[in-house]
Design a protein around this ligand. Structure first.
Ligand code: SF4
Ligand code: MG
Length: 319
């Protein structure tokens, strides 16, 4: 609810002046048990910062995170540790997220050690079961991360994320640093594990194909804000926000003449340190008017579960 994460950055010109980088700027959404929320947007729009702030890996600037009725940020350290057991994250790059000096069995059982007191035999049994679940052989337990491919390392990271029997697993670009063949297999694995353990997922990806395969809710982010939120069916079939439309149109499609790339999203994402005035998408928006340069759009609900942040949808707007 109204989540904010601002970073302070030094102004290069006048060394003293500190600027605010609004990486996550007033983000609200709701996710129910068993749902998969896909968060999409170009790189640098705040997707990873959002999930790191949800987990309090980054100190939030403002807002609340309510998990099963509990306001996470108001809990003491011990209660936070208990909730961490229920919420796990798989990071983008399995090359740096796994400690290279640890055996796989120790990497996977680390979350168990924090929350449970198992003896070494019980722990190894749990590790073996987890390795099997992610499609790795038992002997993987006594190897080091460098002995595995990128796809296999991501399987190890997934096994670790499941070790504490979590309810919510956050996946931050889980397939973007591995080869295309392994990507498809990892996605299938994630879908199977989601069903098997009745997990709730937040899936970050800049790849709309990946998001489309997994998600039933979509949040589209631009410069630290969610500009459109709704069910995957609606957003894929009838995107409403000009940014969502442009983003989805820039997926290359296979037409009669071969690959037709409908690149309608021009220009780069502006710097979040100095974002455009009014609606921050106005510098790239095909529908932008003078008003868009001056006025920030509020959130407009199109139905109970679908909202957009764009002046075109505001009541009384006469564009
Ligand atoms: Fe485009 Fe204006 Fe809507 Fe922003 S508010 S997305 S600039 S039409
Ligand atoms: Mg990221």
């Amino acid at each position: 609810k109204n989540l904010k994460k601002y970073f302070e950055v030094k102004n290069e010109l006048s060394k003293k002046k500190v600027l605010k980088l609004k990486a996550v700027d007033d983000v609200s959404f709701e996710l129910r048990k068993g749902e998969v929320l896909g968060i999409v947007g170009e790189s640098g729009c705040g997707k990873s910062t959002l999930v790191n702030t949800i987990l309090k890996l980054f100190e939030p600037t403002g807002g609340k995170v309510i998990f099963e009725g509990e306001d996470i940020y108001s809990l003491d350290k011990k209660s936070i540790r208990n909730i961490r057991k229920d919420i796990q994250i798989v990071f983008q790059d399995p090359y740096w997220s796994l400690n290279p000096r640890w055996l796989v069995k120790d990497i996977i059982s680390e979350p168990i050690d924090v929350h449970e007191h198992l003896n070494s035999i019980e722990k190894l049994e749990r590790v073996d079961a987890l390795l099997k679940m992610v499609g790795l052989k038992e002997d993987a337990a006594f190897k080091y991360p460098h002995e595995f491919s990128g796809g296999e390392r991501q399987r190890i990271a997934i096994a670790r994320s499941l070790a504490s029997e979590p309810k919510l697993v956050i996946l931050d670009e889980p397939t973007s640093s591995i080869d295309v063949f392994s990507q498809a297999q990892i996605l299938e694995l994630l879908r199977n594990l989601k069903d098997k353990f009745e997990l709730t997922n937040i899936l970050i990806s800049h790849d709309l194909g990946v998001v489309n395969q997994m998600s039933n809710k979509i949040a589209v982010m631009y410069l630290g804000k969610i500009v459109e939120f709704g069910t995957a069916d609606k957003i894929f079939e009838f995107p409403q926000h000009p940014y969502t439309k442009a983003l989805f149109n820039s997926i290359p499609k296979l037409g009669k003449e071969g690959i037709e790339s409908l690149v309608t999203l021009e220009g780069n994402i502006p710097s979040p340190i100095n974002p455009p005035s009014g609606c921050s998408f106005h510098t790239r928006c095909k529908n932008a008017t003078e008003e868009c340069k001056k006025r920030k759009p509020a959130i407009t609900y199109l139905d109970k579960e679908h909202y957009v942040s764009c002046l075109l949808f505001e009541e009384g707007h006469n564009a």
